[in-house]
Structures are given as structure tokens and as C-alpha cells.
Design a protein around this ligand. Sequence first.
Ligand SMILES: Cc1cc2nc3c(=O)[nH]c(=O)nc-3n(C[C@H](O)[C@H](O)[C@H](O)COP(=O)(O)O)c2cc1C
Length: 326
Amino acid sequence: MTSFLHFKSNVFLAPMAGITDAPMRNIVYGKCKDKVNIISEMVAINALSRKNAKTYKIADVRGEPYPVIVQLVGASPELFADAAQLAVELGASAIDINMGCPVRKITTTGAGSALMKDIKSAEQIIKAVKNAINLDVSVKFRKGWDENSINAVDFAKMCQDCGASYVTIHGRTRAQGYSGVADWKIIADVKNSLNIPVIGNGDINSVYDAKEMIRQTGVNGVMIGRAALGNPWLLGQIFDYLQTSKQPDKISTEEILNTVLYHVELLKKYYDEKLAVALSRKYVCWYSKNFYDAKKFRENYMKITDYQNAIEEIKQYFTLAVREEK
Ligand SMILES: Cc1cc2nc3c(=O)[nH]c(=O)nc-3n(C[C@H](O)[C@H](O)[C@H](O)COP(=O)(O)O)c2cc1C
């Protein structure tokens, strides 16, 4: 299966707070086009209701020339309904509800994965968002809170009963955070228990992993997070591989160089020069993984605070790498 609902692809970029911002989404979409579905980083509904400028900017996807599913996180059904309406006004193509975030700051407010322990509130939230907007509403959640309270199957059924268009399951418990191994068996169990589409997430690091998850679990789609860091081509490659089983072509170092430069330029346009340099550090490190002497380059890059110096450093390092490859 290559598509479901109105989505053109069954491959989804995972929401990642502080990472899948507008510049990153632009880069991933630029490389993968309609082979990927794009999701925002999570938007805190409490901050959005206070019209917090930073949060408002995260929620505003009107400048992006491709559909963006906006993910909301919070605990109040009323605020969720308002936030969903506002997100739609700000350009969201669909709304995803975060019921999987493991971070303490979030769960102690009753939001994120804490909702897996509070089914009543989870139900009210999904119904409130469904009533508030006419677009697809989906839910992203985990295997359960911890190994003693694994409830993904029942939770998924509840999401379906409340009108979710599809669900995404990350095969880890809240207690695992991002460590350990994602449990694909629970993903299969969720898939086998629902009539709505199910997206599988967790530990897809290659085109082969994506195909294997679909084979093992029967999911309708796959979601990829960390493996896309420094490799925005991967999601399009996964889409192609699922159709053709042909090995993806190697991305040239020249293209990587141009992508890094464009990414940093986008950061400058979206934020400002100073913030762009600071934020670029993590992305530039990810792009340089697998490159010769990357450790030394990263050490140097971390010290740079001036935009033009950052560009020069990137050019110098990746250009040398281009020469080495030819
Ligand atoms: C830095 C970081 C930030 C994340 N932020 C979010 C988020 O905002 N919303 C969400 O639902 N999941 C978030 N996640 C979880 C990912 O969407 C995904 O479920 C997880 O990384 C497992 O997929 P992977 O193995 O492909 O990385 C985040 C993960 C990371 C590493």
C-alpha cells in the first residue's frame, strides 16, 4: 500500500521538538517531495492560548508550500479545541495529538504519555478536537506508560472509537524514553486490532528496516525520526524502495555540501543570523557524520558564533570531502 486517506505517501517524517522546525521541514520536503508527509514539532496548547510569540511562530505553517500536519500537546480538552481551530487558521492540513511525549515537564501536567494513564481525559481531548475542526485528527502514542501498564491496543481502540482518522504507535514505553529497542510486536498487535490506518514508528534506520517493519507488522505507513537527522533524503528513498526494492543511489558529497549550506541559509531566514549559527550546530554535526575527521571539524564548528565564518567553515570542510570522493 502506498497511500491512505488523502495522503499521497505512506512515509511520515516524525515530529521532533527543536528539530523538525520550518527549515528542517523545508529541507526534507525539498529532497522527498510528495513521497513524504510532513508533521510539525509539537505545539504546546497552553502557550498557544496565551499567544506566546515563540509558540505561535511554531504553529504558523502558512508560509510552507506543502501540507503540514500540526501536532498539539496539552491536557485540557477546551484548550485543545481552541488550539486545533487556531492551528487550522494558521495553515495546518490536519491535527495530530501528542499522547506519547515522555518528558517530565510535559507528563507532570497530565499531557503527552501521561494521557495513556488517563483514558477519560484522552477520550475527551480527541472528541473535543474532532468536534472543533473538519480535518483529519490523529493520535500518536506509545506502547504504554511502563512494562507493567502496556495498554497500546486498548488505547488505540479508544482512539478509533473517538473518531481518530489514523493512529501512530511508537513501540516504546514512556519509561524507556528513547532507549532500548522499539517493540514491533505491539505495533503488529495494534494494527491487527483496528480498522483505521496504523503508522508504525521506532528504530527504522534504513530503507530495509522500513520494508521489514511493514512485513512484520502489516502497518499502513511508517514514521521516521532520528534516522532522518543529517539524512533528509532517506524518507524519499524509503518510499521508492517500498515500490521497487531497488537500492537507493549514494548521495554525492557535493549535494550534501549544497544541502548543508541551504539549510543554514534557511535557518538565517527563519530566525536570525545569531540564532541560525547556534541552531545550525546540531544539524551540521549530523550532516558530517560518516565524514573523514568529522570530530575535529565539529569541535571547530561548535566554537563559531559568526554567520559568515560558519559558512566558510562548512564550505572548507565539505569541499575537501568532495575532492576526496572524486
Ligand atoms: C529530539 C526528539 C524530539 C522529539 N519530539 C517529539 C515531538 O515533539 N512529538 C512527538 O510526538 N514525538 C517526538 N519525538 C519522538 C519521535 O517522533 C519518534 O517517535 C521517536 O524518535 C522514535 O522514532 P525513531 O526511532 O524513528 O527516531 C521526539 C524524538 C526526539 C529524538
